[in-house]
Design a protein around this ligand. Structure first.
Ligand SMILES: [Zn+2]
Length: 179
């Protein structure tokens, strides 16, 4: 086992590979290796990636326990945003200024189903591209390294489930509070 993944944190499969390795180490009873990989993930990943690592590991444990009880777990919501903070759902930039209502949908992934939520927040740049219908421009803006399968499914789902015009809100306010 190398000390690092052979992937950069900006590579789309970075998080997925790390989660797989941590879970494989735990399945082998190698808690030390699992803990080392987890610490590496928190040290190397951005704040958002670090939060998502914690969320995904917790959710997968919960799913395993549900499966062990013979139950199926409900699809879950994973977010790069900190509690009470908003990020652009497309490029994860801070301070989105608008949201697009969507009918909630589920993305099926190997780890389970992920819920889309019923609002897609966008920063000014992503909004501009979305409103222009410039999907190619949006993919370029998100960056080819970040634009993996998850992003493709998310964009496809967004296009299919959009429910109305973008809703603007005051910068610095959080339309999620009090929902
Ligand atoms: Zn954005």
């Amino acid at each position: 086992m190398t000390d690092r993944l052979d992937l950069h944190t900006a590579d789309a499969p970075w998080l997925r590979t790390l989660v797989d390795r941590i879970r494989a180490a735990r399945a082998d009873g190698n808690e030390e290796e699992a803990a080392r990989l987890e610490a590496y993930g928190h040290a190397e990943g951005s704040e958002a990636l670090s939060r998502m690592l914690t969320q995904i590991l917790g959710l997968l444990d919960a799913r395993d326990q549900a499966v062990a009880r013979g139950e199926e777990m409900e699809p879950f919501l994973v977010s790069a945003a900190e509690e009470g903070q908003l990020v652009c759902d497309f490029c994860t930039a801070a301070n989105p200024t608008v949201y697009y209502p969507v009918t909630e949908f589920t993305i099926q992934a190997p780890g389970g189903g992920f819920l889309s939520g019923d609002r897609f927040y966008a920063c000014p740049r992503c909004r501009e591209l979305i409103d222009a219908g410039d999907w190619k421009g949006l993919r370029t803006w998100i960056g080819p390294a970040q634009f993996g399968l998850g992003h493709r499914l998310l964009l496809m789902g967004f296009k299919q489930h959009r429910a109305g015009a973008p809703v603007e809100f005051e910068p610095g306010t959080n339309p999620e509070s009090g929902r």
